[in-house]
Design a protein around this ligand. Sequence first.
Ligand SMILES: [Zn+2]
Length: 167
Amino acid sequence: MLKKITFFFLINLTFTVCYSQNNLSSKNINMTKKKIFKSEKEWKEILSPEEFRILRDKGTEYPHTGKYNLHFENGVYNCKGCNTPLFNSDQKFESDCGWPSFDNAIDGAITYVDDFSHNMIRTEIICTKCDGHLGHIFDDGPTDTGKRYCVNSISINFDKKNNQKDE
Ligand SMILES: [Zn+2]
């Protein structure tokens, strides 16, 4: 029984992901970037077990443990799975929620997916290019955008060299 429910849930989730992406692609030209598809085996070859658990199995790192939680250098945060730039450092703000938090994202880099898991209604954020799980977005951000992109440190990789603030 449980297996059956899980199966239907997965089918539904897949549909939701596809639907959200199609919906977004008509609005955003950045979505025309080539997507990355890899098998579970291929992802396991390039990701550590913990990276795989979070990026591909939609896990969550423990709060206040991630390396970018209190990290505020100038630069760009790229997707750990495919290296696509997702957030600029000037979109990051200090949040006490325990995970790196951003008030906006690089155009077209993020896809938004309805998430009804754990008896909650949330919006999951995934990398548009590789579908890697990043975290969730909430409407309680303290800045003008009102948004809080709550992201696992493990899902991202900071790049100082690509700093878009320093010319
Ligand atoms: Zn990615």
